[in-house]
Design a protein around this ligand. Structure first.
Ligand code: KG4
Ligand code: ZN
Length: 340
């Protein structure tokens, strides 16, 4: 049997500092996540400069804990992987510099990973037998993509948002109805007490064949609704607003995802990213999939939000295909999916 490949991976693209040890891209020995949510909650969202400083404070301890938990040392590692984009430039730089220093000092290969490819790869950890091709819906705070994954490391973007990301829309509406940051989980919970058909919010219309999304019109429609109710001095049922908003988002995501599966004639769709934890999205996707004979896959919540294990998984497939990075690797805040 071939030797196991052990990768130490680092993720610091936004507000989580994370390090993991992953074997052969599928088996997670450790996945340490230091979240900065409590710090940013005070400001109602992520403050980039604060995020960078927090990453610097904890990165060494997080990496050490990942190795300790895996019961391994630096010298056991076959490579050092790091997210180098997309994300906040200052936050990315902390992880990239740290990983480059480690790779140089240890004389180990460096592997640069695209954060979105990491999210997609979280499904390889959850489903040990999952292999491409499949369609993946990536829904996070910064991104909304429908991707056809032809092969490992080979992606075709079929649709994407033209403005706000799905998670961003959740966060903005949560703020408008006073739920605070991060809004996604709070809207998810409150919606269970509301009627999703109480208010009809519009959906952006594109050419019939387009698989793109737009959520900024929906956001304006919700804000207009809240304003007009206030002007009329009428009571606002926040649970109904949350449930109706969520239905508009989820229906849009599910419809386009199902269209993508039909176009590519695949029988499995994976969901990834922070919003993939959403219970309404999971339920609606499963229901739609059952009708069309499509299996719906999603990682457990800890693998949906930002974490280094998903980066270690994506890195493995880069590594075995000989795609390592030079020590001149830099942070690329606007890195495109599939770009190398
Ligand atoms: O993937 P992620 O951790 O970070 C980015 O790469 O952006 O995603 C964070 C996003 C936030 O917008 C958060 O509100 C959203 O995921 N989110 C959810 C849920 N849990 C997290 N949105 C809807 N329902 C949830 N249960
Ligand atoms: Zn993410």
């Amino acid at each position: 049997m071939d030797k196991d490949i052990k990768i130490l991976s680092i993720e610091s693209s936004c507000d989580e500092t994370s390090a993991a040890v992953v074997v052969n891209g599928r088996e997670v020995l450790s996945n340490i996540i230091a979240s900065q949510i409590d710090t940013h909650t005070k400001f109602g969202g992520v403050v980039p400069e604060v995020a960078s400083r927090k990453h610097i404070e904890v990165i060494s301890a997080v990496v050490e804990e990942a190795l300790e938990k895996a019961n391994l040392t630096f010298s056991d590692m076959d490579g050092i992987a790091v997210t180098y984009g997309p994300g906040l430039v200052g936050a990315l730089l902390v992880g990239v510099q740290y990983a480059k220093s480690l790779a140089y000092a240890l004389g180990k290969p460096l592997i640069g990973v695209n954060h979105i490819e990491g999210h997609i790869s979280s499904n390889f950890i959850q489903y040990k037998d999952l292999e491409p091709p499949f369609v993946c819906l990536v829904v996070s705070g910064g991104h909304t993509f429908i991707v056809y994954m032809k092969d490992y490391g080979n992606f075709e973007v079929m649709g994407q948002t033209r403005d706000d990301a799905a998670g961003e829309a959740y966060d903005k509406i949560a703020r408008a109805i006073g739920l605070g940051y991060p809004g996604g989980p709070k809207i998810d919970k409150l919606s269970r007490e509301g009627n999703p058909d109480a208010i009809k919010f519009p959906r952006a219309k594109f050419h019939e064949e387009s698989l793109d999304f737009s959520f900024s019109g929906l956001k304006s429609a919700v804000l207009n609704y809240l304003n007009s109710m206030e002007m009329k001095n009428e009571p606002i049922n926040n649970a109904d607003v949350a449930a109706s908003f969520q239905k508009s988002v989820v229906d849009f995501l599910v419809d386009n995802a199902m269209k993508a599966c039909k176009i590519k004639a695949v029988d499995k769709i994976a969901i990834a990213g922070g919003v993939a934890s959403n219970t309404c999205l999971r339920d609606s996707m499963i229901k739609a999939g059952e009708k069309k004979g499509i299996k719906v896959l999603f990682p457990e919540p800890i693998l949906c939000t930002d974490n280094a294990a998903m980066i270690g998984s994506a890195a493995y497939f880069e590594y075995i295909n000989g795609r390592t990075a030079p020590l001149s690797l830099n942070a690329v805040p606007n890195l495109k999916l599939g770009e190398r």
